[in-house]
Design a protein around this ligand. Structure first.
Ligand code: SER
Length: 319
């Protein structure tokens, strides 16, 4: 990874990944791209930045060539709830963007990463300790995109020798850039609302368990997988990774340890609840641990302490 080209650089993952990679590999060696360019943004100011719509294959190729990219990190995509509301747009953006990025990687001989998700599983997948290799028949457009993406990335590896690698991320929790249009977003919103209003109304019901991970662990996982010795990789697209699994009551109880008068209410959104119900309760990351040494530092308690502290530092507190 000497010249790293990133799409979706202003998204929830991209914005933190760029800053960590610029610190590790040098500011000028990480080329950030996104569909918009907010001049005051730290990602725009700290190194090369280009406007790129990932459905524009020619521009993606031109830019990657101009910067002599040897690594493509493709992040631009719609999340699950938005994809369910706009399935055709999701197919065109998520799949069109991915195949364009893979083609650039093939043409320029780049190493390649794109995230998959717990959304790549469906109602017929074993729900607890979901194995690395198992049934994947998702019932959401997002899931269809993610499984297709996993297959396409493996195809580019076997057919063209592109060094594609990926992880199935769980819900990602972070304090820098909010996620948008995901099913697991409640687990981010809850921290903001707990600090601002001492209460939160959850659109996900009690007893709904989903895998989650704190952003620093997610960023480390991407870098570690990309740097892993390829001879150790039995799998490629994509590895199960997770740090914790909880339901809304458990995260609320953890927050209550720090904000005593915090109150949780429920107003379940049938669409996002339906998506959550189709996903695993907890996935098994053994393959990632064995093949490239994946390890998560943060559990629910440690993450909650850090989230509340960092959000307070950002001034997210109303009382
Ligand atoms: N966090 C994502 C979503 O909820 C899952 O990959 O859509």
């Amino acid at each position: 990874m000497k010249k790293i080209f990133v799409t979706g650089a202003l998204g929830q993952i991209g914005s933190e990944l760029i800053m960590k990679m610029r610190a590790n590999y040098g500011n000028d060696n990480v080329i950030a791209t996104d569909i918009r360019k907010p001049e005051e943004h730290i990602v725009v100011q700290s190194g090369p930045f280009e406007i790129l719509d990932v459905t524009d294959a020619e521009k993606m190729h031109t830019l990657a060539k101009k910067y002599e990219a040897d690594t493509m990190i493709h992040m631009a995509a719609l999340l699950s709830a938005t994809a369910e509301a706009k399935p055709l747009l999701a197919w065109n953006l998520n799949m069109g963007g991915l195949v364009n990025a893979l083609e650039v990687a093939r043409a320029l001989n780049c190493q390649f990463f794109t995230p998959s998700s717990i959304g790549a599983f469906g109602p017929s997948t074993p729900k607890d300790h979901t194995p690395q290799d198992t049934i994947q028949r998702p019932t959401t457009m997002y899931g269809v995109n993610k499984v297709s993406g996993e297959l396409l990335c493996d195809y580019y590896f076997y057919k063209f020798g592109v060094d594609t690698r990926g992880v199935r991320f769980p819900g990602l929790i972070s304090y820098t850039t909010p996620p948008g249009g995901g099913t697991t977003d409640y687990a981010v919103d809850i921290y903001y609302e707990a600090l601002k209003r001492r209460k939160y109304t959850s659109y996900i019901d009690r007893g709904t368990y989903m895998d989650m991970m704190y952003m620093p662990d997610a960023i480390n996982a991407i870098i570690q997988l990309m740097e892993a010795d390829p001879s150790r990789l039995q799998h490629r697209n994509a590895f199960n990774v997770t740090a914790m699994s909880f339901d809304p009551e458990e995260i609320a109880a953890e927050i209550k340890k720090h904000i005593k008068d915090f109150k949780m209410n429920y107003d379940v959104d049938p669409i996002r609840q339906g998506i959550a119900n189709s996903w695993p309760n907890s996935i098994d990351p053994t393959a990632a641990i064995e093949e490239w040494g994946f390890r998560a530092e943060y559990d629910l308690a440690k993450m909650t302490v850090d989230m509340l502290e960092k959000l307070k530092e950002k001034g997210i507190e109303n009382l």
